[in-house]
Write a protein that binds this ligand. Structure first.
Ligand code: HEM
Length: 449
């Protein structure tokens, strides 16, 4: 069975219809030609954009000349109340400084140290699902969201999601998202400035979340001063000086980054896990093979994650078919020639993992679920040239390595414990903050005997 894809716009249609559809759902507003085209130009009343599907063009923008294609202010506009001026939305020297401090915290050795916290979160999440594993249909998204948020709090601040502040952040974050349902992590809101003003509820929920994070950060700063801080990601980040300037993050800078880790780390992980579980529910043969791998090899040991190749292949295939950040946008700092077209200064460049990962001229069986593809020549080539769920180049996700340990681990833990069956309705993917099911991702869970 081919996993669901949102309906695509056929033919050209009017600009106004595009804008109307775009506001409803960014994915289904796109033309079906993007599954075959290398590039598409779009001119609307507020935007001149180029969707870039040619791997050479994607390479130029992300890997070769990232400083010439900064993140667009449209992205900052949607996320700024919560993220301040964090690495997710900043550009230039500020961004370089932030990445010089953050990146060491996510290096391989650090992941090994973060592993026990991930393991605890995987076990706790598996146990939390037990009362729901009675064959009744449930929406799995809130559950994967809960697990992914737990991973972030445990690895960052050594506290579980049940902690009083952690749970308040999690709840306030839900409200924040409800208050601005159209904002997405890729910053694709092509709206005029007046339509992007934040409501009082957006500002209020963002202020509440940042206030809670401020408490966590200042307690941690005091522990660091007293020499009693746990050795987790927060301590690492707060004690790592910028190797060029020697500056540490101020508490204000750290609040921006923690808000970002929470948002970028848990929303994406939750989306990827939910889609992976859904794909396994639809493919019982792969599910049984993964359950067997987990039964034999899942262990509370970082080195043992190497023995979960199938969990990794399934998770990677889920990231291909359902990339949590399905599209993102950059801006031309100066006039450019893109393939044979002139792009003016300020033109928006849309990078679309969604289309690149299903491009009919690049992938064999682009819409099919096939975790074994990664062993094939085509799969290996596309992995290098046409697979960007974490973006690529200098601005790629610093949490990619973290996510590729966390995701397969939790997937294996859940499938070892439960058999997954699909819900009754066919899913419709839709772009919210990350890629979600229009009516959730509905599955049935049963204990695996
Ligand atoms: C499956 C999980 C994840 C996916 C699919 C994912 C995807 C991405 C993507 C596509 C970007 C680039 C966005 C853009 O260019 O517009 C990004 C950036 C970022 N991600 Fe992740 N991410 C994941 C997990 C994480 C985790 C676990 C963390 C941290 C705990 C994290 C932290 C960040 C940060 C700080 C950035 C901004 C980097 C920059 O702009 O320099 N992400 N992520």
């Amino acid at each position: 069975m081919i996993p669901p894809k949102p309906p695509a716009r056929q033919g050209r249609g009017s600009v106004w219809r595009f804008i109307r559809d775009f506001r409803r759902d960014i994915l289904s507003a796109q033309s079906d030609k993007l599954y075959r085209a290398w590039m598409a130009e779009f001119r609307g009343p507020f935007i001149h954009s180029f969707t870039c599907n040619d791997p050479a063009l994607v390479d130029m923008i992300l890997r070769e000349r990232p400083m010439d294609f900064p993140k667009s202010p449209r992205m900052a506009a949607g996320l700024q109340p919560l993220l301040g001026n964090s690495s997710f939305i900043s550009n230039g020297e500020t961004w370089l400084h932030q990445r010089r401090i953050i990146d060491p915290a996510f290096e391989g050795g650090r992941l090994r140290e973060a592993f026990p916290a991930m393991w605890e979160a995987a076990l706790a999440g598996t146990a939390r699902l037990q009362p729901l594993a009675d064959g009744a249909e449930i929406d799995i998204e809130p559950q994967t969201s809960h697990i992914a948020a737990d991973v972030i709090f445990r690895t960052l601040f050594s506290i579980p999601i049940e902690d009083e502040i952690a749970v308040q952040v999690f709840q306030a974050f839900r409200e924040h998202q409800e208050a601005q349902p159209m904002v997405n992590l890729g910053g694709l809101m092509a709206l005029p400035r007046w339509a992007r003003l934040h409501t009082r509820r957006v500002r209020e929920t963002a202020r509440r979340i940042r206030g809670l994070i401020r408490q966590l950060v200042s307690v941690r700063a005091a522990q660091i001063r007293a020499g009693t801080a746990p050795q987790d990601l927060a301590t690492k980040i707060m004690t790592t000086p910028d190797p060029q300037t020697g500056d540490l993050f101020t508490e204000a800078e750290m609040i921006d980054e923690v808000a970002t880790f929470f948002l970028a780390g848990h929303e994406t992980g939750a989306s990827a896990l939910a889609w992976a579980l859904y794909l396994l529910a639809e493919n019982p043969d792969w599910q049984d093979r993964l359950a067997e791998e987990a039964r034999l090899n899942l262990a509370a040991d970082f080195a043992a994650t190497r023995n979960l190749p199938l969990a990794r292949a399934v998770f990677r295939e889920a990231l291909r078919l359902y990339p949590p950040v399905a599209m993102t946008v950059r801006q031309c700092r100066q006039a450019e020639t893109l393939r044979d077209r002139k792009a003016p200064r300020g033109a928006q460049l849309v990078l679309s993992p969604w289309h690149l990962h299903r491009h009919e001229r690049l992938w064999v069986n682009p819409d099919g679920f096939d975790p074994s593809r990664w062993e094939t020549e085509n799969g290996k080539t596309c992995l290098r040239r046409a697979f960007i769920p974490f973006s690529a180049g200098a601005r790629a996700c610093p949490g990619a390595g973290f996510a590729m340990v966390e995701g397969p681990l939790i997937l294996a833990a859940l499938v070892r414990a439960y058999r997954l069956e699909p819900g009754r309705e066919r899913l419709v993917p839709i772009m919210r903050l990350t890629l979600r099911g229009k009516d959730g991702i509905r599955l049935r869970l049963l204990p695996r005997g």
